[in-house]
Design a protein around this ligand. Structure first.
Ligand SMILES: [Zn+2]
Length: 236
C-alpha cells in the first residue's frame, strides 16, 4: 500500500491512502513456472464510493485461458500510476531481461510512456488478434521445415504445428503432437495452478504494514454524493 507522499492529517496524524498493489505469492509462482513470458495490462474505472481505477496485469495459461497476475487500485490511469504499477510488477516477477518479454495493452498515452520507461526493451503489442487473422492457408505454396519452421510463420508464432507442418510431419512419419511447444502441455498447465492462496480467518491474522494504522480514505477527485453530471444514453 502507498499513502500520499508527505501527507499527515493535522488532527489524527494519519496518512492518506493513495494506492494499493496486490500480487499473491501462489499466483506469482504459477505464472512464473507455467505461463509464457507474456503480460496483458489494462485499467478500468472503479464504481465504488471513492472512485479511482483498477489496474490489472494478466498472463495466458497453457490452455490459452486468462491468468491474473497482479492488480492495483489507483487514482487514475496516468504515466505516474502505470510507472508505479510496472515497477512493482517488474520487481515482483524478477524481470531482468525485459527483451524476452511481450506486453500487450491498449494505446492509452500514459500507459505507453510508462511502458517505455520501465520495460524499454520488451516487445509491445497492441492486439494479437490481427496477427492470427493475417494467416490464410488458402492456396499455400510455402516451405515447411520439420525443425519447427514453416514459411506461413504460424508454427513459430504460436508453437503449434500449422496444417502444412502437420502434413509434412506425417509424410516424415513423425508424430505432430511431439512438435507442440511445452507451453501447451498438461504438465505446464498443472504448474500454473500448483501454488495456492491460503484464506485467512479474519482481521486478527492480517499483518501490519509500514504505513501506520488506518490511513484516511483516498481523495480521487470524486466528491461524495451524487455525480455532478449524469451520462445520458443517446437515443438510437
Ligand atoms: Zn504453415
Amino acid at each position: 500500500m502507498k499513502t500520499v507522499d508527505g501527507f499527515r492529517d493535522s488532527k489524527t496524524g494519519k496518512g492518506r491512502f493513495e494506492r494499493l498493489y496486490i500480487c499473491f505469492a501462489g499466483v506469482k509462482q504459477g505464472f512464473l513456472t507455467g505461463c509464457r513470458q507474456f503480460i496483458g495490462v489494462d485499467g478500468t474505472f472503479l464504481k465504488g464510493l471513492v472512485g479511482g481505477v483498477l489496474l490489472a496485469a494478466v498472463g495466458v495459461d497453457a490452455n490459452n485461458g486468462i491468468f491474473p497476475i497482479a492488480y492495483a487500485a489507483a487514482e487514475g490511469e496516468s504515466k505516474d500510476s502505470w510507472c508505479w504499477f510496472f515497477k512493482l510488477l517488474k520487481e515482483d516477477l524478477k524481470i531482468k531481461k525485459d527483451y524476452e518479454w511481450t506486453i500487450m495493452s491498449d494505446k492509452q498515452k500514459g500507459l505507453i510512456e510508462a511502458y517505455d520507461m520501465i520495460f524499454p526493451n520488451a516487445t509491445h503489442k497492441f492486439c494479437v488478434k490481427h496477427l492470427h487473422n493475417n494467416f490464410s492457408s488458402a492456396g499455400f505454396k510455402g516451405e515447411v521445415n520439420i525443425e519447427q519452421t514453416c514459411s506461413c510463420r504460424k508454427w513459430e508464432l504460436i508453437g503449434i504445428p500449422c496444417p502444412h507442418a502437420i502434413a509434412a510431419l506425417w509424410m516424415a512419419k513423425k508424430d505432430p503432437l511431439l512438435y507442440v511447444s511445452k507451453w501447451y502441455t498438461v504438465e505446464t498447465y498443472m504448474k500454473c495452478y500448483e501454488g495456492s492462496v491460503c484464506p485467512m480467518n479474519g482481521e486478527s491474522e492480517w499483518g501490519l504494514t509500514n504505513v501506520g494504522e488506518g490511513p484516511l480514505p483516498p481523495l480521487y477527485g470524486r466528491a461524495p454524493g451524487r455525480p455532478k453530471k449524469l451520462r445520458r444514453r443517446s437515443a438510437e
